[in-house]
Design a protein around this ligand. Structure first.
Ligand code: HEM
Length: 453
């Protein structure tokens, strides 16, 4: 350590055996408090080594944006997640990542999203008619989180493959993606469980499912390659993608990227939608304002549209404020390639940096009354006053979420179409808590009764 280096406080999580199980169960608020008490940065002993954890916007900006070349994804992504998805946009680094990002980025540009917007609206509409209307008629208590998960899954599927995928195929892909995510969570949370995963046949099941779903997706890709028809979907975009040297993606690359879009793009949106309904349930004034805004702009019959989103406004504020308090991706982590230093804070090679999005979004340095839900924070004027990197639900720098506009559009459509058709009653006195796994899921789901307005 040199003279000018700041010595960061060091924390060992298991020092306090009484607290430890609580921390493991719900680390997000614990880490937030820890950083509040330690000036926003601390070295925290994770399983067997220290990591630098921070909820300081300037330090996060340094890592994700200003000196991003010195940082790669951590071993969790390289060794665990990539086993499920293969190498692709989310899981690679360096030259390969840049090549894929440059190739795929145009698929998420405004014009493409405009095409996909119609597929999305159709899917949300048919989901409401096929499923939500029936749930409303039954007045049963449902788990909204599960419903939002299925809705988001269908939206991603149809945005990827259009009408090319049927219900049975959807089920196979859904089961495979969920199973893969469970394995990832188990391997991260309980590294000692691996032998059991072998013995119990969990890995074999995972492999079997993957084989089935890979075949199915490859069939769709091959069919599409043979046909000359144009579809307004992400698969067309992936198929048309050309690298700078004029070559195209191989079948394996197409498969990996398709799986990555599934994994990255459905649970995140579903988690956000669940917390939005929860927040509306807690804040009837906001719910009423939202309903009025949608009725004033769209009335009862007109569906939202890509071009019309600007007119709406308030749904986006509600979505953004919810993702401040409940960021679906609650941490972003990186590994430094070389020793680095930010204003005296040493960032050592071999020690992961954990950017606590949950913490920076609730940091009183950047937010007045941070625990209070207030969509007014996200009016266009107020957004301009926000400190850079104090609001990063989609990450930041060159690895900013490629699906951010896709997700915001999807959520605005779903929220405005559903709020005018249904009154969702969140069951009172149920236990609601966060479960910070890969995403910030509601731990016990979210029980609600759906009623038609
Ligand atoms: C509310 C919804 C979403 C949230 C909160 C979210 C959040 C994030 C975050 C924080 C990252 C950066 C991870 C990092 O820097 O390590 C990311 C990356 C990514 N997201 Fe999203 N995401 C959402 C929806 C989507 C959707 C809908 C898609 C695709 C259809 C998508 C595809 C991706 C991909 C491919 C990456 C990797 C980009 C790269 O490294 O170049 N995401 N997302």
């Amino acid at each position: 350590m040199t003279e000018n280096e700041i010595r960061l406080p060091r924390v060992m999580l298991w020092k306090n055996p009484l607290e430890f199980p609580k921390i493991v169960k719900n680390p997000a608020p614990y880490f937030k408090n820890l950083l509040d008490e330690n000036g926003g940065a601390a070295e925290v002993m994770m399983t067997n080594r220290y990591a630098l954890m921070t909820d300081r916007a300037d330090l996060i900006r340094h890592v994700l944006q200003k000196n991003h070349k010195n940082y790669i994804k951590t071993s969790i992504v390289r060794d665990i997640l990539s086993k499920q998805t293969g190498m692709g946009l989310l899981t690679s680094d360096g030259d390969y990542w840049l090549k894929q990002r440059r190739a795929i980025q145009p698929g998420f540009h405004r014009k493409r999203l405009q095409g996909i917007s119609e597929v999305m609206i159709d899917e949300i509409q048919s989901y409401m008619e096929d499923k939500f209307d029936q749930l409303a008629a039954s007045e049963e208590v449902v788990d909204l989180y599960k419903e939002m998960l299925y809705l988001a899954f269908r939206v991603v599927s149809k945005s990827l493959f259009g009408e090319h995928v049927n219900e049975n195929e959807l089920e196979v892909i859904d089961e495979t993606v969920s199973n893969g995510q469970q394995i990832v969570v188990d391997e991260i949370r309980k590294p000692f469980i691996k032998p059991w995963l072998y013995l119990s046949g969990a890995y074999a099941k995972n492999k079997r499912l993957r084989g089935k779903s890979d075949e199915l997706i490859l069939d769709i890709i091959r069919d599409r390659q043979k046909s000359k028809a144009k579809h307004n979907d992400l698969l067309d975009m992936l198929l048309e993608t050309e690298y700078e040297d004029g070559t195209k993606m191989t079948e394996q690359q197409l498969l990996n990227e398709a799986l990555i879009l599934y994994v990255a793009g459905h649970e995140t949106s579903a988690v956000a939608m669940s917390w939005i309904w929860y927040m509306l349930g807690q804040h009837p004034d906001v719910e009423e304002k939202l309903y009025q805004n949608v009725m004033d702009v769209l009335g009862t019959d007109r569906n939202p549209s890509f071009e019309g989103l600007r007119e709406l406004g308030y749904p986006l504020q509600v979505i953004e404020e919810t993702m401040r308090l409940y960021p679906p991706a609650w941490i972003v982590d990186r590994e430094p390639l070389e020793d680095d230093n930010y204003n005296g804070i040493p960032i050592k090679k071999g020690r992961d940096v954990i950017c606590l999005i949950y913490g920076v979004h609730r940091n009183p340095k950047y937010w007045e009354n941070p625990e209070v839900f207030n969509p007014e924070r996200f009016t266009p004027e107020n957004k301009k006053k926000q400190e850079p990197y104090s609001y990063i639900p989609f990450g930041g720098g060159p690895r900013l979420c490629i699906g951010n506009n896709f997700a915001l559009m999807e959520m605005q459509f779903a929220l405005s179409m559903m709020i005018r058709r249904y009154k969702i009653e969140i069951i009172k006195d149920q236990e609601v808590d966060i479960n910070p796994l890969i995403t910030l899921r509601p731990r016990y789901g979210l029980k609600a009764i759906i009623r038609k307005r």
